[in-house]
Write a protein that binds this ligand. Structure first.
Ligand code: UDP
Length: 365
């Protein structure tokens, strides 16, 4: 069978790489071009041993949401109509995943949704609406946790279409994390030592779109009393520049780094501060404390297991003190990840191949 695997952004490449590997020759990776920056795409394909797939839809990055979804829906429809994959895999909650799921569904091709059933219950987040749309059209829902599966069941999704697989980030993190010697070399190259720094990432519009909020967040990072590494997402870099945000001396800006480098830095950090979705999962595999700088999260598992605390800029210092209270970092280092056992990709590949074999060629419109 032929399985199209749709990837638009950095986290999709990271989390689908284990699925592509598990699917073997059946996998046909497709890059939508939603992330157009080589630092966010090509290095990630290379990092997982995939050549960057030809980009059928170059130039959708940076456009507004409606244009992005419309362009990718048209582009992916043409690709699927020509290639007739037996199944289409999408991951997460991006505009690319939304367009891929809809295109496949309209053509009668089974849709497999990886990381299904996340809900923030905050419809102001574009990602939440993408999750709802994909959930409505997917045929196979691969939920990372039982909580995610329950969201789908409560929404009326047929029980036999919902599977708790775990999240592929567990195996992706284990595979990409460099060994101790290499980790120390990466930390040294960034001018930091194990346990003596904070690693931060910021890219969500709720933090970058309002210069006052971004300024407050940078200020809070600067007051943590440790050097802070902040590898900047291109969106954040332009927000810092255009907002004229002062950068405190403790905060060291850099460009985005590849996944192995990011994990090496995360594994050695005393604390992480981030608004990323994926980082909320990775800290549970690495056993690290994280301040989530967001007003809501669709990943309560990280909070419930004690790895993460939600805070706004004003609450970062208090959240950091709580997470670093005596004994707690050691406790987290021993706590199992709530996101699965590292075999999610195997399960997802098996479910995908089963769906591909079941697929009845649909009548084209
Ligand atoms: N990441 C990376 N390099 C960086 C920053 C993040 O490899 O400089 C990885 C991080 O380990 C995680 C993923 O990118 O796996 C998260 O992506 P992002 O924060 O862009 O998206 P989100 O997870 O919020 O959708």
């Amino acid at each position: 069978p032929r399985v199209a695997v749709v990837m638009g952004t950095r986290p999709e490449i990271i989390k689908l790489a284990p699925v592509v590997a598990a699917l073997g020759p059946a996998a046909h990776p497709l890059a939508t071009g939603q992330h157009w920056d080589a630092d966010l795409t090509d290095v990630f394909f290379a990092g997982v041993g995939m050549a960057p797939p030809p980009q059928p839809l170059v130039g959708v990055g940076g456009r507004d949401r409606a244009d992005q979804v419309a362009t990718m829906l048209t582009g992916l429809t043409a690709v699927f109509r020509a290639d007739r994959p037996d199944a289409v895999v999408v991951q997460g909650d991006t505009n690319s995943a939304n367009a891929g799921a809809q295109a496949a569904h309209h053509l009668g091709i089974p849709v497999v949704h990886v990381e299904a059933g996340l809900r923030s219950f905050d419809r102001a987040m574009p990602e939440e609406v993408n999750r709802l749309v994909i959930g409505a059209v997917a045929d196979v829902h691969c939920a990372a946790t039982t909580g995610n599966a329950e969201h789908l069941l409560r929404a009326g999704t047929p029980a036999d279409a919902v599977h708790v697989t775990g999240n592929t980030i567990v195996e992706a993190t284990r595979r990409a994390l460099p060994g101790p010697v290499q980790r120390a070399a990466v930390q040294a190259a960034h001018g930091v030592v194990e346990g003596g720094y904070v690693l931060a990432t910021v890219h969500r519009p709720e933090n970058t779109d309002d210069p006052a909020r971004l300024r407050a967040l940078l200020g809070a990072l600067g007051d943590l009393g440790l050097p802070v590494l902040l590898p900047l997402h291109p969106r954040t870099r332009s927000a810092v520049v255009s907002g004229g945000c002062p950068v405190p001396p403790a905060v060291r800006l850099g460009g985005p780094v590849d996944h192995a480098t990011f994990l090496a830095l995360a594994a050695g950090a005393r604390l992480l501060v981030s608004d990323s979705g994926g980082v909320q999962e990775e800290v549970t595999v690495l056993g690290k404390p994280l301040v989530v700088v967001r007003r809501s999260t669709e990943r309560p598992e990280s909070v419930d297991a004690g790895f993460a605390v939600l805070a706004d800029a004003g609450g970062v210092a208090t959240a950091a003190r709580w997470l670093l209270r005596p004994g707690w970092p050691e406790e987290l280092a021993r706590t199992a990840s709530p996101f699965g056992d590292g075999r999610a990709a195997e399960r997802i590949a098996a479910l995908t191949l089963a769906a591909a074999h079941r697929a009845v060629p649909a009548a084209l419109p």
